[in-house]
Design a protein around this ligand. Structure first.
Ligand code: ADP
Ligand code: MG
Length: 693
């Protein structure tokens, strides 16, 4: 068996027709080994299996023609160009195949050869087919691969042709397919009527017919999902056997006093997830949990709960957020509770002066701070915790995997809670977040009135200004969001700064207007946010720095300029900034629907307020690859499976994988070994697969 694997892992350089130049090009396609080539799947297929009688070949259509070479010849054109032409005849007529600047073809075709051509039918006096794909039939070469069948079309790079790639893949399959070892247990294959692996691979490249192609896809997609689930499952099992986590005491004065301070009743959903978190923290395996909930569903208070349990047990906790503005806000929210509880909190910002920063670092190191809040500055190497017990990552979709992993290394077996405001269906979440447990807040705090969302065009700008004037007179606060800070000539966007001046001096000169953008100094940002929060500003003109997490309950109107420039999830996050008070809130999307996708996004925004639905639309519009950004999530790139489109196969793969993992001790050792070899082969390089831990 090891031998087989070695054969598959050998470099493609040993293949026929693969020289040093081609090797470089193949590497661009991430093809290094025989196995890479075998698993380099077509992007699409062309049905060239039916031969069209020449007299029925319609001009402008793509056709496959089979006939004999009647004449062959090369002509010189001006400027050294040549044209090579073949006359091909079948029993119904004659057609001319033409190729420019490929005089060598003269040596390839002989009169009377039986050939197949595939290409676009044209008519320049005669029927023609220019630069067709071709194949010469002969007795010793029975399989056609470029024509006369369902033909694979591969993703290419410069200087590699379909023809070449198809040819070496064919060589490779002829020579090495036999080394591919079936790893899927026979019961699974029989139960799902899957093709054997070898037949699957053969038919994904050179399908006998469309039925076989579809079966080949099924088999290979299942494999991909099954192996991914199994890798994640094994990782999970491994985590679950770790018993070196901190066993927190849940009951305690700190938590009791905190409950008394809470100005509202927790929702049922908040209570449920708190219970799940408490169970995690109480047991001796480290917590590894994802908390998902729509914007405004109240994740902050849940995280605070966990932070306090940690502190109550004499440990330090860290809360990591994507922006300084959000860090500042969390700091203030948390301080309103912790001030009277005697919990020491600190904020670490990249903008701190050297002395201030060193003081905080010292306090962290000496455990003079219990809860530290900060941006990614929290993961810098020079930060040492005395006794780190819990790490919470807010708005995790804004962080890369690596950043999260780094923070974790600060405390050996600390608990981890990551929070996200782009909730996705549970089945998907388990796959995408892999080894993590998933909790979901699925209700909003009571009394929220759904935000009314409107999509308007430039024609309505004046009406919109009138509306904002009325609302601001009425003490409603307004956010105005722009996609860019500075005017870009190319895109002709009205930048936040310019519009701010226009609003301040002209349109809304009787109101107090503030400006906030990412390039401002952090103290200035803080001052502006504070005065907006206090109600000293009627309007805040800003760039997307307010996108995540900002919580100002008396702001009730969100105007988004150039809404077509924002992604759907981002629009929903922005909208989530309003509607937090008891008043009717509005979200106004200003833009001309430019592209089809933009129109889809805006329609989705108008149609629903539900973050789960928004995420679903977003997934559909962008596709899972874009939506999750496989790098961000540490999810290995799927070659053929699509977690949305192939949801049914994903479900059955997960089921089989769970069953396999559960009964592993009963499964034949050989099968186990085959599966684990395959896992190593596919994911061995992928450290990120194993999210967080
Ligand atoms: P997110 O989940 O987007 O982080 P936040 O935690 O910022 O949401 O909460 C949004 C707002 O809802 C905050 O002002 C918070 O005080 C309030 N809130 C949270 N939970 C409740 C509740 N159970 N009842 C009433 N208001 C709540
Ligand atoms: Mg939040």
């Amino acid at each position: 068996m090891a031998n087989h694997i070695d054969l598959l892992n050998q470099s493609v350089q040993y293949l026929k027709a693969v020289g040093p130049k081609k090797i470089k090009l193949l590497q661009k396609l991430k093809i290094f080994t025989v196995k890479d080539l075998i698993y380099y799947f077509p992007r699409r297929y062309e049905d060239r299996s039916c031969f069209q009688p020449i007299n029925k070949a319609l001009q402008g259509t793509f056709q496959t023609i089979k006939g004999r070479v009647l004449t062959s010849g090369t002509r010189r054109l001006n400027r050294g160009r040549t044209i090579f032409q073949l006359a091909i005849g079948d029993s119904t007529g004659v057609i001319y195949g033409t190729w420019f600047n490929q005089p060598y073809l003269k040596k390839i075709f002989r009169v009377n050869d039986e050939v197949i051509l595939y290409g676009k039918i044209e008519r320049y006096g005669n029927l023609q087919i220019s630069s067709p794909e071709y194949e010469i039939l002969s007795k010793d070469f029975e399989d056609t691969i470029h024509t006369g069948r369902i033909v694979p079309i591969y993703p290419l790079t410069n200087n590699i042709s379909q023809r070449y790639l198809r040819m070496i893949i064919k060589y490779c399959l002829d020579e090495h397919l036999g080394s591919v070892v079936e790893f899927l247990p026979e019961e699974i294959i029989l139960k799902h009527k899957f093709l054997p692996l070898i037949a699957g691979i053969l038919n994904i490249h050179f399908p006998d017919n469309f039925k076989m192609l579809s079966r080949a896809k099924q088999r290979l997609i299942f494999d991909e999902f099954f192996l991914l689930q199994t890798a994640l499952g094994l990782k999970r099992q491994k985590i679950k056997t770790q018993t070196n986590g901190i066993k927190y005491r849940i009951r305690g004065d700190l938590l009791l006093n905190f409950k008394k301070l809470l100005p509202f009743q927790l929702t049922k959903s908040q209570k449920n997830v708190i219970e799940e978190i408490e169970q995690d923290m109480h047991c001796d395996q480290p917590m590894n949990r994802l908390l998902q909930g729509d914007v405004g569903s109240g994740k902050t208070v849940v995280s605070l709960w966990a932070l306090l349990i940690c502190v109550q047990n004499g440990f330090q906790a860290a809360l990591m957020v994507p922006t300084e503005i959000l860090a500042q806000q969390h700091y203030q929210t948390i301080q309103t509770f912790t001030a009277s509880l005697g919990v020491r909190i600190g904020i670490l910002k990249s903008s701190l002066k050297k002395a201030e920063k060193e003081k905080i670092l010292f306090e962290i190191k000496e455990h003079q701070i219990d809860i530290i809040i900060g941006t990614h500055s929290l993961i810098q190497k020079n930060i040492c915790f005395k006794k780190l017990g819990l790490v919470i990552v807010d708005e995790q979709h804004k962080f890369g995997v690596l950043q999260r992993a780094n923070l974790q290394q600060k405390g050996c077996c600390c608990d981890v809670l990551v929070m996200t405001a782009t909730p996705i269906p549970r089945t998907l979440a388990i796959t995408v977040y892999g080894a993590m447990d998933v909790s979901t807040i699925n209700e909003m705090p009571p009394g929220r009135i759904p935000v009314k969302t409107y999509w308007i065009t430039e024609k309505k700008r004046q009406d919109m200004y009138d509306f904002l004037t009325r609302k601001m007179k009425n003490k409603n606060q307004v956010y105005v969001v722009y996609p860019l800070v500075e005017e870009s000539e190319v895109m002709d966007l009205k930048a936040a700064t310019k519009m701010y001046e226009h609003f301040k001096d002209v349109i809304f000169r009787n109101f107090k207007i503030g400006l906030l953008h990412g390039k401002m100094k952090s103290v200035d940002k803080k001052l502006i946010m504070e005065s907006f929060k206090k109600g000293n500003l009627d309007m805040l003109v800003s760039t997307v720095v307010i996108e995540v997490g900002i919580d100002v309950s008396n702001a009730s109107i969100m105007l988004i300029e150039h809404a077509e420039r924002f992604g759907l999830s981002q629009l929903h996050q922005l909208r989530g900034r309003v509607g937090r008070g008891g008043e009717q809130a509005y979200c106004i999307l200003l833009c001309e629907g430019k592209t089809q996708d933009a129109v889809k996004r805006l329609n989705a925004m108008v149609k629903t307020n539900d973050g789960f639905k928004i995420a679903e639309y977003d997934l559909l519009i962008r596709g899972p690859g874009e939506f999750f950004g496989s790098k961000q999530h540490g999810l290995p790139e799927l070659k053929i499976g699509n977690i949305l489109a192939d949801a049914k196969l994903l479900r059955s793969a997960r089921k089989e994988s769970f069953a396999y993992l559960q009964n592993r001790s009963l499964v034949h050792a050989n099968t186990q070994q085959l599966i684990s070899l395959e896992l190593k082969n596919r994911f061995g390089q992928n450290k990120d697969l194993f999210l967080v831990r």
